[in-house]
Write a protein that binds this ligand. Structure first.
Ligand SMILES: Nc1ncnc2c1ncn2[C@@H]1O[C@H](COP(=O)(O)OP(=O)(O)OP(=O)(O)O)[C@@H](O)[C@H]1O
Ligand SMILES: [Mg+2]
Length: 674
């Protein structure tokens, strides 16, 4: 129903759209008299729009015509979710990035898991700092005692001491880098596997909302900065701070006044660092986001390359990619320009300290208040501080990138709800499982209702075909059985239990599904067949392959059942893929079988074979099958017709053909031939 529209009934009756308080959404109110409540009437109104009506509020003279069949206004807006509900639906699969502190709170435990390596790294950093301070002190002593003091015999021992200390420092530096690099690599791997684990649990709605490229890039490229920051940045930052403090102490002990002079550059460095961090953080976040968009665009073109080439969309795709690449370039340039403005300052400022020491320390040395060795110590230590100060700037920059990246990953880890599972879960009863669908309503995310109150019962041993025009909601209905989605209202029951009360693992063991576009794993055919039940008897597998028509083509495959199926089964044809998927579902041995258009890609001859063999192969199970061809549907004991998310007709397929209703309309000429 379209708000406020006035569709016209075939006999000229005017229908008025009216919101009612009793029921959210809009109801049709024809002008003639009468009041029909809770009656399903499918009326012919606007030529292209389709809908069916639950309630009719009829007022004015005349009679509402007997139930009509045919297109009626679309009811997609029949029950729009409230704004808050819509926002929740979106937020729970697309949460905002986390702020800085929550990100840190999440990163810390990952780092803490590597505390042994971190302790090794930090001990090395401490030792490295100590030795780095020792070398200038030894140089100072060499100058003061041996060179200036004139005791030549001390020269060689000091030289040896300096060389030994430097060699030890080399070993420690090596160990530190080794340990910290491992921390980074492990934290990155942990974060990646956490994300990947989460991906496996996320509801389908998440995948409807996010492009493949975005999902992949968040678990790959996006988290590199985390590795570099945690691996190199954190320990380097601590080492730099140790070096600053250690050098400060040594300098103060030697000459407090000169040490204070040398510290002249510290406040401007602190201020510059603060502004740098402040400026670069939002840009880093944008760069990260835009890189994700770029991966998304490139992924789209690669996945859809056939269509891109077939429809000559190369220019479009190139433009889209080009625009996104350009915006990554633009943003990265902004980042580079901020870095260019701030980082040289961070390198330059420490030399001011050295200049101050040369000026004031030089005077002191000339006046004899400072030995040449002490003067050299000041200069050497300050030169040694240039890198730690510069590194601090880099580390802050890297930290910004890492937290920007991690904040996006943690937002997903934190904010996306997996399908809720009841604790403790109920156990399905033993034996055959009847399926009961009770007043089920369903919509995708914030869209209009796709199922609008479906009732359906399937007994064990019964095969029910769900038919209906394309887009009528067949796939959507069948997916509810495996809980790919949950209904927005109503219940899907298996053996009397709501599927939400059973653990997902048990549910998915009980329900085997052949999806409309089956996906095979990139493993040998044998493993694909055994995917759901690796311990199945080989004779059972062969029977299923016979019934599903796999046996027919397996001989043509280079290695028979051991043939490696290419990525997503590309080296099998569409029809062959469908047959493997069907065999896989039969082998699963589940009590409920859901077959979503399982024969759409096979020729009529093969279909005849499948239909013939399917009945005995599924005997005793509860089977729901959807199909677009009468020959597929005829395998069923009963057919139900879905139209605009409602069951409009059901019965024996042969009878439905005779009755000339929607079923007969649907299969049109096929029915005549039959
Ligand atoms: N993931 C999705 N997100 C949003 N809307 C969807 C999604 N999948 C399907 N829809 C919409 O839901 C409606 C019903 O689709 P569904 O796939 O259930 O139809 P169908 O009866 O299986 O059609 P077909 O015969 O073509 O397979 C359609 O309007 C479709 O656009
Ligand atoms: Mg479908």
């Amino acid at each position: 129903m379209v708000d406020g529209s006035v569709p016209v009934a075939p006999d000229g009756l005017r229908l008025k759209a009216e919101p009612t308080t009793a029921q959210p959404g809009l109801w049709l109110s024809p002008e003639p008299v009468g009041r029909v409540l809770r009656r399903e009437i499918v009326g012919r109104t606007a030529p292209t729009a389709r809908a069916s009506l639950d309630y009719l509020d009829v007022s004015g003279p005349g009679q509402w015509p007997a139930p009509l069949r045919g297109p009626v206004p679309s009811s997609n807006a029949s029950r729009r979710p409230a704004r808050a509900e819509r926002e929740h639906q979106v937020n729970h699969v697309d949460p905002d990035d986390l702020a800085l502190w929550p990100t840190m709170r999440h990163l810390f435990p990952l780092w803490w898991e590597q505390r042994r390596l971190a302790a090794l790294g930090l001990s090395c950093a401490l030792a490295f700092t100590g030795l780095s301070l020792a070398i200038p002190i030894l140089i100072q002593r060499t100058i003061d005692d041996a060179i200036d003091g004139g005791d030549r015999s001390l020269l060689a021992p000091y030289l040896v001491a300096i060389t030994v200390v430097a060699a030890i420092r080399f070993g420690i530096n090596f160990t530190r880098r080794f340990a910290t690099a491992r921390i980074g690599i492990r934290v990155e791997a942990r974060l990646r596997s956490k994300l990947y684990d989460a991906y496996l649990r996320y509801p389908r709605a998440f995948y409807d909302r996010h492009a493949t490229g975005e999902v992949i890039s968040r678990a790959t490229n996006d988290i590199y900065p985390v590795r570099y920051f945690i691996g190199w940045g954190v320990v380097q930052a601590i080492q730099s701070l140790m070096m600053l403090i250690g050098a400060g102490i040594v300098l103060v002990l030697v000459n407090p006044k000169l040490a204070l002079t040398a510290a002249v550059s510290t406040p401007p460095i602190a201020i510059l660092t603060y502004f740098f961090a402040h400026r670069v953080f939002p840009i880093s976040r944008d760069v990260q986001r835009k890189k994700g968009n770029l991966t998304e665009a490139s992924d789209e073109a690669v996945v859809g390359i056939e269509m891109v080439q077939a429809f000559g969309r190369e220019d479009d795709v190139r433009d889209r990619f080009g625009n996104r690449a350009e915006s990554v370039r633009h943003e990265t340039m902004r980042q580079a320009s901020v870095e260019a403005r701030f980082l040289p300052g961070l390198v330059f400022l420490p030399t001011l300290g050295i200049a101050a020491v040369l000026l004031f320390g030089g005077r002191e040395a000339i006046a004899g208040n400072l030995t040449i060795g002490e003067f050299t110590l000041f200069v050497t230590l300050l030169l040694q501080l240039v890198w730690p100060l510069e590194a601090l700037g880099w580390i802050i920059n890297l930290g910004q990138r890492a937290t920007a990246a991690a904040s996006r990953s943690f937002a997903w880890l934190d904010g996306i709800e997996s399908l809720p599972e009841r604790e403790p879960a109920l156990t399905l009863p033993d034996g055959p499982l009847p399926v009961r669908i009770e007043d089920v309503h369903f919509r995708y995310g914030t869209g209009g209702e796709v199922l609008r109150g479906v009732d359906l019962e399937v007994e064990p041993g019964e095969i029910v075909a769900v038919c209906g025009p394309t887009g009528s909601g067949k796939t959507s209905l069948l997916h509810l059985l495996s809980r790919f989605y949950d209904p927005t209202e109503g219940h899907v029951r298996l053996g009397g239990l709501d599927v939400r009360d059973v653990s997902l693992a048990e549910l998915r063991r009980a329900v085997a599904i052949v999806t409309q576009k089956p996906v095979l794993f990139s493993v040998p055919l044998r493993e694909n067949l055994l995917a759901a039940r690796p311990d199945a008897d080989w004779s059972e597998v062969l029977d299923a392959c016979e019934a599903a028509g796999v046996a027919e083509f397996v001989g043509d495959l280079p290695d028979g059942y051991d043939t490696l199926i290419g990525e997503r089964g590309v080296n099998l044809s569409g029809g062959q893929r469908q047959r493997v998927a069907l065999a896989r579902a039969l082998i699963a041995g589940s009590r409920v079988l859901v077959l979503d258009d399982p024969m759409s890609a096979v020729d009529t001859e093969t279909e005849r074979h499948l239909v013939e063999h399917l009945r005995p192969a599924v005997a005793g199970r509860t089977v729901l099958i959807s199909g677009q061809r009468l020959s597929t549907v005829l395998v069923a004991d009963r057919a139900v017709v879905l139209q605009d998310g409602l069951v409009v007709e059901q019965g024996l397929p042969e009878e439905l053909i005779r009755s000339g209703g929607p079923f007969a309309e649907l299969f049109g000429e096929e029915a005549l031939v039959a």
